[in-house]
Design a protein around this ligand. Structure first.
Ligand code: KG4
Ligand code: ZN
Length: 332
């Protein structure tokens, strides 16, 4: 079964053809990073306009790269939330029209389930496992009981982990996206230099806004006292902030897994590309640890195509009343 998958939830216009939930026939990503870079973050209105311009060529290329014609596609899948509503609507509207024109099933996919499914590219899943989902828009700990059964154990009450990376990077003048920029600067910094706070949240919830504010307050204080932030200061702050974020995430994921007797942990979403986070998890978790290659950590349509196959087998298709939802919950 060849599924054409579409992903437009944030600032990547992506399309892919995946056969039987595992064979990647094409993988096209048009990234808007250069467009948003000068604003230090994604501008939602600009993102949806860019998706509008890119969606037709991106989908056309995905079908052509797979060596197919549109009529050979068996189903159309689309991420319908959570994400930026204007961006999601472009993908959802396009997918609905295409499914209708081709007279093929339409499969809506939750973006979180997509991220969780990205790890199946390199790993034949065994259940249950615990997924730490960490990206620019969401951070949470999910117990995955079966391919189509998820239990959200906790999530961020405020900023997502990636958002904290992005906002701290912007304040440090490191540009967007902040995660890779902070990681790079951190290589030359001292991670012990600043003890930025780790919020103690109940259960498996997370919080990053206090940590972000602590970094911003530190920078403002230095500025008000007329002190110049040197290149070395930037690296030390980057390393200390990265350490705090990765410490919070790894401690929470490991305690959630241990307390639930789960021996397999997966890491997914853009922040999963972070080397220090992977290192800390490897140090702290005694069970199996799996994560996708860096390319499949960040937004892509392959992960949507993989998840869509499972949803299709479970009969989870939609009709033309399908809508996008900025806050679509992950529940089953
Ligand atoms: O999954 P993703 O592509 O989009 C969302 O669903 O949000 O994640 C993007 C986020 C951005 O916040 C970016 O700064 C972060 O992932 N990111 C990283 C790294 N690479 C990307 N964060 C930390 N370390 C990285 N190496
Ligand atoms: Zn994402």
């Amino acid at each position: 079964m060849k599924i054409l998958a579409i992903e437009t939830s944030c600032d990547e216009t992506a399309a892919s053809v995946v056969e039987n939930g595992s064979q990647v026939l094409s993988d096209v990503i048009y990234s808007q990073i250069p467009v948003h870079n000068k604003y230090g973050g994604v501008v939602p209105e600009i993102a949806s306009r860019c998706h509008l311009q890119a969606i037709v060529p991106v989908v056309g290329k995905a079908v052509a790269d797979a060596g197919l014609e549109f009529k050979e596609i068996d189903a159309v899948a689309v991420a319908n939330g959570p994400g930026l509503i204007g961006s999601l609507l472009v993908g959802v509207s396009y997918a609905k029209a295409l499914a209708q024109a081709l007279n093929k099933p339409l499969i809506p996919v939750n973006h979180w389930q997509g991220h969780i499914s990205a790890v199946f590219i390199d790993w034949q899943p065994q259940y249950p496992f615990l997924a730490l989902v960490v990206s620019g828009s969401h951070s949470g700990v999910v117990e995955v009981l079966a391919r189509d059964s998820f239990h959200l154990l906790g999530q961020s009450r405020d900023d997502a982990a990636g958002e904290a990376f992005d906002k701290i990077a912007r304040a440090l003048g490191l540009g967007y996206p902040g995660g890779p920029a902070i990681s790079l600067a951190a290589e030359k910094g001292d991670k012990e230099k600043y003890a930025f706070p780790r919020a103690k949240m109940e259960g498996y919830d997370l919080s990053f806004s206090g940590l972000k504010s602590a970094v911003l307050n530190h920078l403002n204080r230095e500025k008000m006292q007329g002190r110049k932030i040197s290149e070395q200061d930037v690296c030390d702050i980057a390393a200390s902030a990265q350490e705090a974020i990765c410490d919070i995430l790894s401690a929470k994921a490991v305690s959630a897994a241990n307390e639930h007797g789960i021996t397999r942990l997966t890491l997914c979403g853009g922040v999963a590309a972070n080397k220090r986070l992977r290192e800390l998890l490897a140090e702290r978790f005694t069970g199996e640890l799996h994560y996708p290659s860096a390319h499949f950590c960040t937004d892509n349509a392959v992960m949507i195509g993989i998840a869509a196959y499972d949803l299709f087998l479970a009969g989870q298709t939609a009709d033309l009343s399908l809508n996008a939802s900025a806050r679509l919950p992950l529940y089953f």
